[in-house]
Design a protein around this ligand. Structure first.
Ligand SMILES: *Cc1c(COP(=O)(O)O)cnc(C)c1O
Length: 324
């Protein structure tokens, strides 16, 4: 089973990432603890460099590429945050980066990627089309592909966020993690379940178009239609040839729950007003699930706030009361 990601890979990633990422804070949330009747803590990956946890996996994968591969340059498909993280890590290491995105990626994210010196390309109306462009450029220009979630080094990198939660909060019994392709959830679940199988790990995603949720239901990877959502970072499929995340999520994760667009908006408002935090839609789904009663909190719950990169005009509209 050399194809597996192991706990030791998370520790190696942690060691390797030192100096490349920041250790984000884990803070108690009085407002959510009060509402849920247990101790609720927030893991602030919205304060990670580049504005999301994605830097953990991107940097971990990039740092392990041999010099020959780095010289060729890297390419990835992204809903925005992975591209920004990969662009940032590549820029720091002097590696060329090409990021392929669909038209659904918000312009603030595209601009951030280009500002880091990466070649940000908009191709088509879905992640699937952007994926085809990646394949073409790998073939024709010899770029090295680093996928956004279904890659052992990416999963191990994302899992380091889970190690940090465990170290600071060993009493944790419930962990809520945003879910799209499942790299974050697989990595965090591996850490949690290795520490104790009794820690409940729940993936949270949006009602609109979650491929992993539909795939778990079907028992194999399925495609779903991509539609706009406040949780734009959760869009995209899991790939028909999914190698790691589908299996890991199926084996390690206790449950997946869905939240609506209104619930996501309410959560963005809640963390802004109660915790003075700016989070994007995808980053707010765990809080949304708690507030809407879609998941029960434990005695000690950690909620991972995965990203901050929301268009600020949209954020203003949401906190002023509208749903979008
Ligand atoms: C990518 C992303 C996710 C989902 O991560 P996966 O590893 O694809 O499941 C969640 N939140 C934010 C902010 C993201 O950028």
């Amino acid at each position: 089973m050399q194809d597996d990601v192991r706990l030791i890979d998370l520790y190696h990633a942690r060691h390797r990432l030192h100096g490349h990422i920041v250790r984000t804070a884990l803070v108690p949330s009085p407002s959510l603890s009060h509402r849920c009747g247990g101790a609720v803590h927030l893991k602030l990956e919205c304060r990670q460099l580049t504005g999301s946890f994605k830097l953990r996996g991107a940097a971990n994968a990039l740092l392990q590429l041999p010099a020959e591969a780095r010289a060729r340059g890297v390419i990835g498909v992204s809903t925005g945050n992975y591209g920004r993280a990969l662009a940032y890590a590549a820029h720091r290491l002097g590696v060329r980066a090409v990021i392929c995105m669909s038209r659904l990626v918000p312009s603030n994210k595209v601009e951030a990627i280009r500002a880091l010196g990466a070649d940000g390309r908009i191709v088509g109306a879905s992640q699937g089309v952007a994926e085809l462009e990646v394949e073409r450029l790998v073939r024709e220009e010899g770029l090295v592909r680093l996928p956004p979630f279904d890659h052992a080094d990416v999963i191990a990198g994302q899992g380091t966020a889970g190690l940090e939660i465990l170290e600071e909060l060993p009493a944790v019994d419930t962990v809520l993690v945003p879910l799209s392709g499942g790299g974050l959830l697989a990595g965090v679940a591996l850490g949690m379940k290795s520490a104790s199988p009794t820690i409940r790990v729940v993936g949270v995603t949006m009602e609109r178009g979650c491929a992993m949720h539909a795939s778990l239901r079907a028992g194999h990877p399925v495609q779903v239609e991509e539609v706009p959502s406040l949780a734009d970072s959760l869009g995209g499929g899991i790939g028909p040839d999914n190698r790691y995340t589908f299996r890991m999520v199926r084996e390690l994760v206790d449950d997946t729950v869905l939240v609506s667009e209104d619930e996501i908006a309410a959560a963005i408002r809640h963390v802004y007003e109660q915790e003075q935090l700016v989070v994007e839609g995808a980053g707010a789904v765990g809080v949304a699930a708690l507030l809407a009663g879609r998941v029960r909190a434990g005695a000690t719950t950690a909620v991972l706030l995965s990203g901050a990169n929301i268009d600020m005009a949209l954020h203003r509209r949401i906190v002023c009361g509208g749903s979008a």
